[in-house]
Design a protein around this ligand. Structure first.
Ligand SMILES: [Zn+2]
Length: 274
């Protein structure tokens, strides 16, 4: 999700097509009450597709940013069928990062590092090179993507991510670990797989997930490093953000986590007004 999990095996889009229905020539499809539309955003001179799946029901916003994390999209579509809401998926060639061209040059960014100016600057410097022009292009793209998300109309942002075995996990936030200072609290259940965990921005959500025995990390919204990720953006806005992170291929586990989360959100009721 947020950091340097390795690029996972790229799964073909067969499974996704199988569950989301045949795409029609118009770019819209209809399956089990899910309406799918496609939009194209520009990043520099490069087109990036955004696929939006919608179903009447709850005002949940499901977000997939990394195009190589297909297990999470499959699990997310199953959850969308249960709860309703919107699932917004970035399509950019099946890779974790997004590459684009600008004024004859190639740049690469991590799409989950673009939601703050500082994050955009850092991801360009890390994956390409610093460039004020490219920063502006990334910033414009992030604003366009946020206008597709319309987070202010959602009651919760549910981020969908996958990681690879034994790299980035809930353990990355434990005392003394690499991201410990970003977390206000961490719960890892004895005997569980720490690759499968929730990452949240609100204490009541953390407590509810811990009570149910799920691995969960609470972001420290005041001290978290500004890396431009969606969790940082939502933390600043005071938006209820919940990342459902599972190991690549843990489709059943991720679906079960999402099912438990949907029940829990009903029990918790709406986030405090913002
Ligand atoms: Zn991810």
């Amino acid at each position: 999700m947020r950091r340097f999990h390795q690029r996972g095996r790229v799964v073909s889009s067969f499974a996704l097509i199988a569950v989301s229905g045949t795409m029609l020539a118009s770019g819209a499809s209809q399956d089990a009450g899910i309406r799918t539309t496609r939009r194209t955003l520009r990043l520099g001179e490069t087109a990036v597709d955004v696929v939006i799946s919608e179903r009447p029901g709850a005002r949940h916003l499901f977000c997939n940013l990394h195009d190589d994390e297909n297990t999470s999209v499959e699990a997310g579509l199953a959850a969308l069928r249960r709860s309703g809401g919107r699932l917004v998926e970035l399509r950019h060639g099946g890779e974790r990062e997004v590459s684009f061209r600008l004024s004859g040059e190639a740049f690469t960014v991590d799409p989950n590092r673009i939601f703050t100016t500082e994050g955009a600057r850092k991801t360009l410097a890390k994956l390409s090179r610093p460039s004020a022009e490219a920063e502006r292009a990334v910033d414009r793209f992030a604003r366009e993507l946020l206008s597709v998300y319309t987070i202010d109309r959602a009651d919760v942002v549910i981020a969908l991510h996958n990681n690879s075995d034994e790299h980035y996990s809930a353990l990355s936030y434990a005392k003394g670990a690499v991201f410990a200072s970003d977390a206000a609290d961490v719960f890892i259940k004895d005997g569980s797989d720490p690759d499968d965990f929730f990452f949240v921005t609100e204490r009541p959500v953390f407590d509810a997930l811990r009570r149910r025995g799920y691995n969960v990390v609470l972001q420290d919204n005041d001290k978290v490093t500004d890396d431009g990720s969606l969790s940082v953006h939502c933390g600043r806005l005071g938006v209820r953000y919940i990342n459902v992170e599972a190991q690549n291929g843990h489709r059943e586990q991720q679906e079960a986590m999402l099912t438990a989360l949907l029940d829990l959100l009903e029990d918790l009721g709406p986030a405090r007004p913002r």
